[in-house]
Every structure is written in C-alpha cells, then in structure tokens.
Design a protein around this ligand. Structure first.
Ligand SMILES: Nc1ncnc2c1ncn2[C@@H]1O[C@H](COP(=O)(O)OP(=O)(O)OP(=O)(O)O)[C@@H](O)[C@H]1O
Ligand SMILES: [Mg+2]
Length: 458
C-alpha cells in the first residue's frame, strides 16, 4: 500500500501541482482553485499504460498491419459509430461526459444491447443492480453477454475484469471509482487521475475497449483533472438542451478519426432513437409564414444539416437593450447586428434582439451569417420569407458576402428537402445547380436587402 508522506496543493481547474498554497494557480491563473492533497509515494513504479514491457524499439514497417476494419467494434447504432469515426477501436479508452440526466447510462445500455456478440462488463458505481435492470427492461435490453457489476473499488473491478475477460468495459462513472492505494477521498482529483490511469493501463494491456463516464462541472467541462482528457483516446460530449428531446453526441478529441462528425438522437420513452434524416426532422415543425425565420445549412463533418434560425426584435423597455442568443455565438450575433446597423441603417440600439436555433443545434460556422441576417431583416420589416428559401454565406465587416466551403453539398441537400431558392455569395463556385433550384448571388448586404425587398412586392 502507498504511504502519504506530506501534502501538496493541486489546482482543481488545470491539475497543476504546487508545493504550497497560493491564492492563484501559477499555471492557469485561476483564483482559489488549489486543493490540499496527500502526496503518495507509490509502492512500486507504476507500469506503462501501453503494452511495451519487454519490447524494445521496433521498426514501424515491421509492425503487423491488421487493417482498421477488423479492429473496430461496430455497434448497430450508426449515429454513435459516426461520431467515433466508424466504431469503437479495440483497446481504446473513450471518455463520455454530459450533464446529469442527459442520457449517458441509457445510451451505454443501448450500445451494450447492440453489441450482443461481444462480452461486456458494465461497472456501475452510481446505481444498484435493480435500477439498471429496470432501465434495461424499459429499453428492451436483453443481451446475454452483458455482465453488470455494481462496485466502486478499483481492485474488485480489476478482479471482475480478470474473471469475465470482456471485449468492452464500461465504468459509470469514473468519479465514483476509488482505491485504498491513494489516500485522498473518492471523487478527488488524485483518485480520478490515478484510477483512470490504472484502468487505461488495464485496457491497453488487455486489448479490450473501455468507456469511462465522466461527470461535468457547473461550467459544462469534464470534472476532474484536465490531464484525464489527455490520457484517454477519445473524448465524447453528450449534449442537449434542457426540456428538448434532441441529443447530440460529438467528439472533442479522437485519436482514430475526425472530430467533425456528430450523431443525433432523440430521447423517447424507449430510450434514445436515432435521427437518420436530421434536416427533415428539424424542419418538420417549422412555423410557416412567420417573420423572422430563415433556414441555414451547416456542415457537421461530411454531413450537411439544414437548421432553422429564428430572430425576434422588439422595442426595449430598458435603458440598455437585451441581446440573447441560443445556438448562435454571441459575438457573431453582435457583429452581424453592427454590420446591418452601419451598412443598411437598420436600428437595433433601442431594440431587444433574441436569436434561437431550432433543435438545440449550435451554429459555429460563419456560413450561417447570411441566414441570420435574413432572419433579422425579415423580423424588423415584419415580412415572412418564402418557406422555400435558404441562405448560405459569410458576412464581412464591410457588409460584403463571402463564399463558404462545401457550397455544392449544402445546396444539393437543400434541394433534396424541397427548397427552391438559395441565396449565396456572388463568389460561390457551383459546377451545376440542382434542378428547380434558383441560385441568387449577392455581393453585399445591400443586395441581400434589395432581394428581400423584392420578395415583399411579390
Ligand atoms: N420512464 C422514462 N420514460 C421516459 N424517459 C425516461 C424515463 N426514465 C428516464 N428517462 C429519460 O432518461 C433520462 C435519464 O437518463 P440516464 O439515467 O441515462 O441519464 P444519465 O446521463 O446517465 O444521468 P446521470 O448523470 O444521473 O447518471 C431522463 O432525464 C429522462 O429524459
Ligand atoms: Mg447515469
């Protein structure tokens, strides 16, 4: 057993270690984040997390080429596989985190069911066997190769891994796992870091994949040391708006694939259901002929998704107007408002402005600028846009419209969904426009406003 000799101070924000207490962390500059922890002298040198024991330097070309396809566990949940870049890589460690109650355990139980030909050990430190059984019954999970173990102790978990020899281990959650080897309390930074490191080592040496569920702190970041995100192979965030049934899974880090792809789900009575045609679903409930709404097309990895931006502009009763945005970057909104105010003479200084993206999606692409401008202009003029109009393009500070990447894919997707007019930058290169799609090229926000004026007369 390890022995505590003296104490040190660990920053709860960045994990930096200090020999004495400071009001401000010397690494990240955060105030009052240092927490006293016992310094552990390990009983023996900790082993490497990767299986290198006894193997010296090796020629890369001599390594056996197994081919990627045979190393991945493909679930029957394509939206999850897509976010991972094609399935769970054997021997990899995935950290899945999300707000409380978002559906992490539900998703993992459904994954267990879909991997029915693989042996899975589901370790739960948060719920009892009966609670898991109840959830499994509700979700219709009947897998014979799923073993459930409700335990917090790292050594006992290791013993079960040895006994079951699974292909996949799920630890729900890593914050509840602790070991007597480390004297700090369960859930502390030291426990989370050391237990994660130990489980990662077991996974790499044993060749089985591991999913660690991680809690988030009140800012939405993964609780525990930042180091945890460096240690694992994949970091997945499971996100969704409170009160909204849509859930998005996205990779913040992926050593085996792109981090651009997302998986979209909907929470139903019987668990998480995939949304295979997200654009169609997101546009299903769009109100027709209401001013202040415009569809935009985003690229989520290789997949174009059409989402709707809504704007509401109303006279403010306050000395300083309100600006609220949900799904749109606040600074981007402020920039577009400033451009419309300066270049088109529109008046926002005494107006409250609200922007919202339907379905809890986040517009983190400048390609949505034209759509946001259209929604704002439509709301201010109180004129609804045609339900078959979509806007794709970036707006610069001088009011110019700039082209964006993957324009062809975005326009094709819009055409597939029944849109008949696309407003794009005049510089957008399109080899061919889809049949029945009218392409309106605009150079600046002036031309955009003129075109929208023209719509009014029709
Ligand atoms: N009987 C039910 N019918 C419909 N939906 C349910 C039912 N029970 C739970 N849910 C949904 O599942 C969600 C909880 O899912 P789950 O326990 O998987 O979340 P979690 O992310 O693992 O939470 P925690 O952080 O507490 O572990 C609830 O917020 C609710 O949306
Ligand atoms: Mg849970």
């Amino acid at each position: 057993m390890a022995k505590a000799e003296k104490t040190c101070f660990i920053c709860t924000k960045c994990g930096a270690v200090h020999d004495k207490w400071y009001g401000r962390c010397k690494e990240c500059g955060e105030w009052t984040t240092l927490e006293e922890q016992a310094v552990i002298k390990p009983a023996k040198k900790s082993s490497s997390p990767v299986p290198t024991a006894g193997v010296g330097a090796m020629r890369l070309s001599d390594a056996p080429d197994k081919g990627e396809s045979e190393q991945r566990l493909r679930t029957n949940i394509p939206e999850f596989d897509r976010a991972l870049g094609g399935g769970i890589v054997k021997g990899s460690v995935i950290l899945l985190s999300g707000e409380p109650g978002i559906g992490k355990s539900t998703l993992l139980l459904q994954i267990c069911d879909s991997l029915e030909d693989q042996k899975i050990l589901y370790v739960s430190g948060e719920e009892s066997f009966m609670q898991i059984k109840m959830r499994a019954s509700r979700l219709g999970v009947v897998s014979d190769s799923l073993f459930v173990y409700c335990e917090n102790d790292l050594e006992k978990i290791e013993a079960q891994i040895d006994a079951v020899s699974p292909d996949l281990v799920i630890v729900d959650s890593i914050q509840t796992v602790s070991s007597d080897r480390f004297s700090s309390s369960p859930g502390s930074i030291t426990q989370v870091r050391e237990c994660s490191g130990y489980l990662i080592g077991l996974s790499k040496r044993g060749g089985f994949a591991t999913v660690l569920v991680g809690h988030v702190n009140k800012d939405g970041a993964i609780a525990g040391p930042k180091l945890l995100e460096h240690m694992v192979d994949v970091v997945l965030y499971f996100e969704g708006e409170r009160g909204d049934s849509y859930r998005v899974i996205r990779a913040a880090k992926n050593r085996y694939g792109s981090t651009n792809e997302i998986g979209l789900f909907e929470m139903c009575d019987r668990g998480l259901a995939e949304v295979p045609d997200p654009s169609k679903r997101l546009l299903e409930d769009s109100p027709k002929n209401i001013p202040g709404s415009c569809p935009v097309c985003l690229m989520e990895g290789t997949r174009p998704i059409v989402a709707e931006v809504q704007a509401l502009v109303s006279k403010t009763p306050f000395p300083s107007p309100k600006r609220l945005s949900s799904g749109v970057d606040y600074n981007r909104m402020a920039m577009i408002l400033a451009v419309l105010e300066k270049r088109l003479g529109m008046r926002f200084f005494d107006m409250d402005v609200y922007l919202n993206v339907i379905g809890g999606l986040k517009l983190d692409e400048t390609a949505a600028d034209l759509g946001i401008a259209c929604a704002l202009i439509s709301c201010v003029r109180d004129v609804p846009l045609s339900g078959k109009l979509i806007a794709v393009g970036e707006i610069g500070l001088s009011g110019e419209c700039r082209s964006v990447g993957s324009a062809e894919a975005r326009i094709s997707e819009s055409a597939r969904l029944g849109f008949d007019t696309a407003i794009v930058s005049h510089r957008t290169k399109l080899k061919t426009a889809p049949d029945g799609m009218k392409i309106v090229r605009v150079k600046s926000v002036f031309e955009l406003a003129e075109f929208l004026n023209g719509l009014k007369k029709v």
